[in-house]
Structure formats: C-alpha cells, structure tokens
Design a protein around this ligand. Structure first.
Ligand SMILES: [Zn+2]
Length: 235
C-alpha cells in the first residue's frame, strides 16, 4: 500500500546487478497479536515484503541474506541454478498475495538447495503461514506452512546453537507449542508447554515466556471443556 513502503536499489549477490526492492516503514499501527507471534497491522501486512526478489535473476531471500557476504560455495551453487535459466519475476512495489507467496516459496526453495539452516526455513514457513492467515481464504495453505514451521523449529532446536538473533531456545519451544495449539493438536502443544512450565530456570530467567506458556496451558484446559473449537484454526 502506498505510504507504508518505499523502493531502494540493492546489489543482488547472485547476478551482481542492481535490483529494486521494497522496504516498509516502521511505524505501522498494530491491531493485534496472535499466540504464535503473528502481528496484525491496520490496513497493511509488512510480512508481504520481508522476502526480497531480484528482478533480474529471481534470487529470493530476506534482507540479511541479501546483504551479508555469502560463502563462495553457496554463491556457486545458486549461480549455477539461477543464471542458466530465466526466472521471470517482474518488480512490483505493491505485492499481491500471489506475489508475496511466490517470493517466500522461492526463498524456501533456494534454502533447500543450499541445505540451509532449519531456523531460517522455520522463519520463512511461519511468515508464509501468516500471509495466508491474513487472507482468510487459504486455510489449508496456512495449515501446511504452520506444520512445516513447527517441524523446522523442532529440527533447529535439536541441531542449532541458540540464541539465534533474539530467539532463545525457550522462545522457540513456546512458538512450537503455540503453532500446535492453533492447529488443534493440543497433545503436542501441551507436551512442549510442559517443558517450559516444568523448568524453574525458565521462570527465573525468562518470566515473559514462562507466563505466556502458563497462559496458553490454561487456554488449552479451558478449550478442552469446549471441544467445538478443536481442530479449527482459531482466527
Ligand atoms: Zn540477481
């Protein structure tokens, strides 16, 4: 939407041409936040723009990946994939749902080709689910990518060193629980929440996560008394 975005030129790390990308302004009024950290904004969805796409070669990734020096072997793999064919993704300042989901699916595909980190795959899959959530007509797509996000977060927990950015391991456990909760899998949600609630160090060191876990636990107990909600993605 005009007013929330602006266009800048960035060097594509793959084809090394300048490409236009869209950035979003930071002061957008928040209307609500879901259990799994999805934030809703008034009349605008900044998640549509978190994956950049090169208008020349079709490389897609978030800003950090786009602007951080990539190992040479990754560059070689992506160049062999991208520069030999024509992926035609025209630049657009205002993205449709289709433009946004294509960008995320490409970013996930490239990460897969590079055997990239599960934490990054989780982030892309989770935000893609949020984009589908916002449209309210793609519940199956939302569920598909919520489940993928939970699975990628689980692999990240097992294999990666936390914190990753600002994301701690406990925050990740909470996110997995929140995703399963929204998917109606209360058993899995409860089992992840119990890892937080049963741990005194979480209560002491990350009281905010502990409180959110306890609140969600209470929510599940209350919902069990009202089974109509089970299995439905809560809006
Ligand atoms: Zn490029």
């Amino acid at each position: 939407m005009v007013g929330h975005t602006f266009v800048v030129e960035k060097l594509c790390p793959i084809c090394e041409k300048m490409t236009r990308v869209v950035k979003t302004r930071s002061r957008i009024p928040v209307t609500r936040r879901d259990e799994d950290a999805c934030t809703h904004y008034r009349d605008f969805n900044p998640y549509y723009y978190t994956v950049w796409v090169c208008e020349h070669c079709g490389f897609a990734a978030d800003e950090t990946t786009f602007t951080t020096k990539m190992p040479d072997r990754y560059l070689a793999i992506l160049r062999s994939v991208l520069l030999s064919r024509k992926i035609n993704i025209p630049f657009t300042e205002t993205r449709t749902l289709g433009n946004a989901t294509t960008a995320f699916r490409l970013a996930l595909k490239f990460l897969d080709i590079l055997k990239g980190k599960s934490s990054k795959k989780a982030k892309y899959a989770h935000q893609l689910a949020w984009i589908y959530r916002d449209s309210e007509e793609h519940e199956d797509d939302e569920k598909e990518f919520m489940l993928k996000a939970a699975q990628f977060y689980e692999i990240a927990l097992a294999k990666e060193h936390f914190p990753i950015g600002e994301l701690t391991d406990n925050a990740t456990i909470y996110l997995i629980a929140a995703i399963y909760y929204r998917l109606g899998d209360w058993q899995k949600a409860t089992s992840f929440l119990s890892r937080l609630i049963g741990d005194q160090t979480v209560r002491q060191r990350e009281p905010r996560i502990y409180d959110k876990a306890r609140d969600l636990w209470g929510e599940i107990r209350a919902s069990k008394k009202n089974p109509v909600k089970k299995g439905i993605i809560l809006k």
